[in-house]
Design a protein. Structure first.
Length: 276
C-alpha cells in the first residue's frame, strides 16, 4: 500500500479506536465494507453491523452483506424498513433521500442502543460531498459519524486500500437504493421497484458491470459504462423484449453512459431556469 494511503488508513483506525465501540451502517458496498473491516480491526468484538432489509435494496445486496459479516466474524443485525411507512416517500420529492435516510438511521440508532452501542457510523466518502446528497443532512442531524470522510478518503482511495487489504468488495460496482432510479415527482410503488430490480438483474446476468435502470414514466433509461455500449447493441433486441415482459413500454440507452446521481441533473436545470 502506498504510504499516502497508509497514513489515511491509520487515521481511519485512530478515529474508530476513539469511539471505544461502534455500530456500522453496512450495506455491503465498497465504502461500508472498508469501514466495517477497519472497525473490526480497530475495535475487535466491540463492533456491530446494522443492515437494512427493504424493497429499495435488492435481496442480493443483503445476502452479500451477510456473507461478508460471516467471513470477517462481525455480528450483524438486520433492520426491516417499510418504505411505504415513510411519510412523503411515495411522492418522490427532491428531498426523498433525506426522508428515507432519517427514517432508516433512526432505526439503526435504536438497534445500536438495544445492543449496547452508543455510536453509529456510516460510509460516505469525500466524493459524496460534491453531489446533491440530502441524505447526508439527515446523517449529520442524527449525530451519525462519518469516519471515511473524517479521514479524507475519496472513493478511489477506498477502493485502492480495499484492494491492498484483499477485501472482495474493492472493485464491487457502486450501488444506490432503487428509489434513486425514479425521476423526481414520479410516484414510487412496490411494483415499480420490483420492475427496476428485475431489469437491473437481467443486465447483470448478461454480464454488464455497472448498471442503472432509470424510470421516466413507462420508459426505462439504461445506463452502463460507455465501453460496454457495443456489447449492449449486440443484444439490444433481447434486452428490449425482456424489459417489455418486465413491464416497461420502452427501453433506451443513455448516450452518456453510467454516472452517479444523473437524476439530480434535472434539479440543476431547474435551478438554472429559475435563475434566468
Amino acid at each position: 500500500m502506498e504510504r499516502s494511503l497508509e497514513i489515511k488508513y491509520e487515521k481511519l483506525l485512530d478515529c474508530l479506536k476513539g469511539f471505544g465501540g461502534a455500530a456500522v451502517a453496512f450495506s455491503g458496498g465498497a465504502d461500508s465494507a472498508l469501514l466495517l473491516f477497519a472497525a473490526r480491526k480497530a475495535l475487535g468484538e466491540r463492533v456491530l453491523a446494522v443492515t437494512a432489509a427493504s424493497r429499495i435494496f435488492p435481496r442480493r445486496e443483503l445476502a452479500e452483506s451477510e456473507a461478508f459479516c460471516r467471513e470477517y466474524g462481525v455480528r450483524q443485525v438486520v433492520v426491516e424498513l417499510n418504505e411505504a411507512d415513510v411519510e412523503g416517500f411515495r411522492q418522490n420529492p427532491p428531498n426523498r433521500c433525506y426522508l428515507c435516510k432519517r427514517a432508516l438511521f433512526t432505526k439503526f440508532l435504536a438497534a445500536a442502543e438495544e445492543n449496547g452501542f452508543a455510536v453509529v457510523t456510516e460510509g460516505s466518502n469525500t466524493d459524496d460531498e460534491g453531489d446533491y446528497r440530502p441524505g447526508l443532512a439527515a446523517v449529520r442531524e442524527l449525530g451519525v459519524a462519518s469516519p471515511l470522510r473524517a479521514a479524507g478518503l475519496t472513493k478511489a482511495e477506498v477502493r485502492a486500500i480495499s484492494k491492498a487489504l484483499g477485501l472482495p468488495t474493492w472493485n464491487k460496482p457502486s450501488f444506490a437504493c432503487l428509489a434513486s432510479r425514479f425521476a423526481y415527482g414520479e410516484e414510487i410503488s412496490a411494483e415499480k421497484l420490483q420492475m427496476v430490480d428485475a431489469a437491473e438483474q437481467r443486465l447483470l446476468d448478461l454480464g454488464f458491470g455497472q448498471v442503472r435502470v432509470r424510470v421516466h414514466g413507462g420508459a426505462a433509461r439504461i445506463e452502463i459504462l460507455p465501453e460496454e455500449f457495443d456489447k449492449l447493441l449486440r443484444v439490444r433486441t433481447e434486452i428490449y423484449d425482456e424489459f417489455k415482459k418486465i413491464g416497461f413500454a420502452y427501453a433506451a440507452l443513455d448516450l452518456l453512459g453510467y454516472r452517479t446521481g444523473s437524476m439530480n441533473e434535472t434539479l440543476a436545470e431547474r435551478k438554472g431556469s429559475a435563475a434566468c
